[in-house]
Design a protein around this ligand. Structure first.
Ligand code: AFP
Length: 327
């Protein structure tokens, strides 16, 4: 079959200019998402060429989380800060790799706050496994000067969220209220086009994604969660949150990274992992919980705080939470 012009999928820019045009809620959001797409295209090229260019491996430093920094972590952080600054619409950025608030603009047009994990799953780079980037986007409060406090907003106040998975193809997923759209990068022309319109979680949960190697560290109720899931679903675990989340969004599934008695808050970060993906999953009909409360209701206290995360099909998230709460 020949692909006619009318069968060509919409580009990201065309999609945003039609779907968001004239809607005051999204004023300037297209510039922020276009910046994320531009950064993703640059990172995709760096990821593909990393081994040949000699930029795999570590910088020899640890980040604010105490984790080993990969060379590409730093490149991705610098790239996304640059493109978001150039968008002219972002006031401040919180970033996994940067301890404090990055203030990039304080004018009236700088109306968005972005929280990001520029390269998630980076320990998978050296072994050619899928990795990702994650973004939570909040509207800056009117007339508020930018400060550290501007970043400590609950996830339910997000205006939008996005993630990129750098896998066998590079896919950008963008969510705003009641809408989740997936765009695939054409590496030949650098354009993202709409390939996964109106994403909704399938009704049936097929998979669970969790680090089974942590089983012996878990408390009794959480062990019960794992054994229950094992009895019912297939295990699929990449070890890159974005890759695991994206598969579950498309196929139906639940991802969990719970706390344990030695790390009650688990491993994942609230502001730039759990909140953005929590926003995406809710717009797609799913749910995200810490086990104690809805992720998007958590009032953050620190930029880099961690949270347990249970995310995916709502019925299974609810089932897991009831086992944890029931003890
Ligand atoms: P890295 O960025 O250090 O590879 O960590 C990835 C991650 O933050 C998240 O993407 C994974 O879901 C999770 O950690 C995997 O953690 P485990 O290796 O403990 O299973």
């Amino acid at each position: 079959m020949t692909l006619t012009d009318s069968a060509q999928p919409k580009t990201l820019r065309t999609y945003m200019s039609t779907a968001w045009s004239g809607d005051g809620r999204y004023d300037g959001l297209d510039a922020v998402v276009a910046a994320i797409a531009e950064g993703a295209q640059q990172i995709q090229q760096k990821v593909q060429a990393a081994t040949l260019a000699g930029v795999v491996g570590t910088t020899g430093e640890t980040n604010v989380q105490g984790e080993i920094v990969q060379l590409l972590d730093t490149a991705a952080s610098d790239t996304f800060v640059d493109v978001l600054r150039s968008s002219g619409r972002v006031a401040a950025i919180g970033c996994e790799e940067i301890e404090g608030t990055v203030v990039v603009g304080d004018g009236p047009q700088h109306s968005y706050i972005v929280q990001m994990d520029p390269l998630d799953g980076s320990s998978n780079i050296d072994v050619a496994v899928s990795i990702g980037s994650i973004f939570g986007i909040w509207c800056r409060r009117a007339d508020e000067p930018v400060s550290d406090a501007s970043l400590l907003r609950p996830g339910k106040e997000q205006a939008a969220a996005a993630y990129v998975v750098y896998g066998s193809s590079t896919v950008l997923v963008v969510a705003v209220e009641d809408s989740v759209q997936g765009f695939t990068l054409d590496p030949m022309n650098g354009q993202f086009s709409l390939t996964h319109p109106d994403l909704r979680l399938p009704d049936k949960c097929s998979n669970y994604s969790a680090n089974e190697g942590n089983f012996k560290k878990l408390d009794g109720p959480t062990k019960k969660v794992f054994t229950t899931l094992r009895d019912t679903y297939s295990l699929r675990y990449v070890g890159s949150l974005v890759a695991d989340f994206h598969r579950n969004l498309l196929k139906g599934g639940i991802f969990l990274y719970p706390g344990d008695p030695s790390s009650p808050d688990g491993k994942l970060r609230l502001m730039y992992e759990a909140n953005p993906l929590g926003f995406v999953v809710e717009q797609a009909g799913g749910a995200a919980s810490s086990g104690e409360r809805r992720i998007l209701d958590i009032q953050p206290e620190r930029l880099h705080q961690r949270t347990p995360l249970i995310i995916g099909n709502k019925d299974v998230v609810d089932q897991v939470v009831s086992i944890i709460v029931g003890g």
